[in-house]
Design a protein around this ligand. Structure first.
Ligand code: C5P
Length: 227
C-alpha cells in the first residue's frame, strides 16, 4: 500500500514521542525523534565544556559541528531507537534536566539546525516515516501528507515529565520541571529560525484530557484518511 510522511510537532512534553512511536509501530513505519538529535548536540556541548560561566560558546560549537555525528540504532530491550554520538550510546544522558536546560539555546543556532535538518530530510526520502519535533511540518517535510500539532496544558505536561524523571531516580522538583517546559516553549516558539508554529493545515491534538489510547486511536484514524 501507499506510504506517506507524517509530521508531528508541538509543545514540550506533550507525549509526542510516545504517540509517534506507537503510530509508527502500527503502520510499520520508521520513527525518528528529532528532539534526541538536538539533545545529542547539547550533550556534546556540555561534555566539551562549551558552557563556560553559564553561557554557551556558540562560535566554538559551530566550529565543532563537523566532528559531531549523530545516528540511531535499534535497542531490542526498549523496542526503541537509541541515539548515538560519534558511535557512543548516549540515550540515557540526553534525557536529564541539565540537557533540557540548554537544548532550546542550542536549537536556536541556525548552523545546528541546517546540519540536523539535512540529515532528517535524507531519512525521510523513502516515505513511510513518522517524525516528531518542532519544525517537521514547516521545514523538514513541508509536503507531509499528515501534519499534527500536539499540545496540552503546561501543568499537565510538567506533571507527566516530573513523574518520568522521578521514576528514573532524578532529583528534581515539579516547579523546576514546569519552569523548564514553559521556558522551552517560549524559546522554541519565538526563535527566528524555524520557530514552532501551529500550521493551518495541521490537525490539533490537545492531550490535556486524553489517555494515550485515545490519542493513538485519533492518530491512526487521521493516518488512514491521509493515505
Ligand atoms: O522533543 P524534545 O522535547 O526532546 O526536544 C528538545 C528540544 O529540541 C526542544 O525543546 C527544541 O528546543 C529542540 N527541537 C527543535 N526542533 C526539533 C526538535 C527539537 O528545535 N525538530
Amino acid at each position: 500500500s501507499k506510504k506517506i510522511t507524517i509530521a508531528i510537532d508541538g509543545h514540550s512534553s506533550t507525549g509526542k514521542s510516545t504517540a509517534a512511536k506507537q503510530l509508527a509501530v502500527k503502520l510499520q513505519y520508521v520513527y525518528v525523534d528529532t528532539g534526541a538529535m538536538y539533545r545529542a548536540v547539547s550533550f556534546y556541548a556540555l561534555r566539551e565544556n562549551l558552557l563556560a560561566k553559564g553561557s554557551l560558546d556558540i562560535e566554538k560549537l559551530v566550529e565543532s559541528l563537523p566532528d559531531i555525528h549523530i545516528s540511531f540504532k535499534y535497542n531490542k530491550d526498549t523496542d526503541r531507537a537509541d541515539v548515538y554520538l560519534n558511535g557512543e550510546n548516549i540515550e540515557k544522558q540526553i534525557r536529564t534536566l541539565e540537557v533540557s536546560g540548554i537544548v532550546s539555546k542550542v536549537a536556536e543556532i541556525s548552523e545546528v539546525r541546517a546540519k540536523l535538518v539535512e540529515q532528517q530530510k535524507a531519512m525521510g526520502e523513502e516515505k513511510g516515516i513518522v517524525m516528531d519535533g518542532r519544525d517537521i511540518g514547516s521545514v523538514v517535510f513541508p509536503d507531509a501528507e499528515l501534519k499534527v500539532f500536539m499540545t496540552a496544558a503546561p501543568e499537565v505536561r510538567a506533571q507527566r515529565r516530573y513523574a518520568e524523571l522521578l521514576e528514573r531516580g532524578d532529583d528534581v522538583s515539579l516547579e523546576e520541571v514546569l519552569e523548564n517546559v514553559i521556558g522551552r516553549d517560549h524559546i522554541d516558539s519565538t526563535r527566528e529560525d524555524s520557530p514552532l508554529i501551529q500550521l493551518p493545515e495541521a490537525k490539533l491534538l490537545d492531550t490535556s484530557k486524553m489517555t494515550r489510547e485515545e490519542q493513538f486511536e485519533l492518530l491512526v484514524s487521521w493516518a488512514e484518511i491521509a493515505v
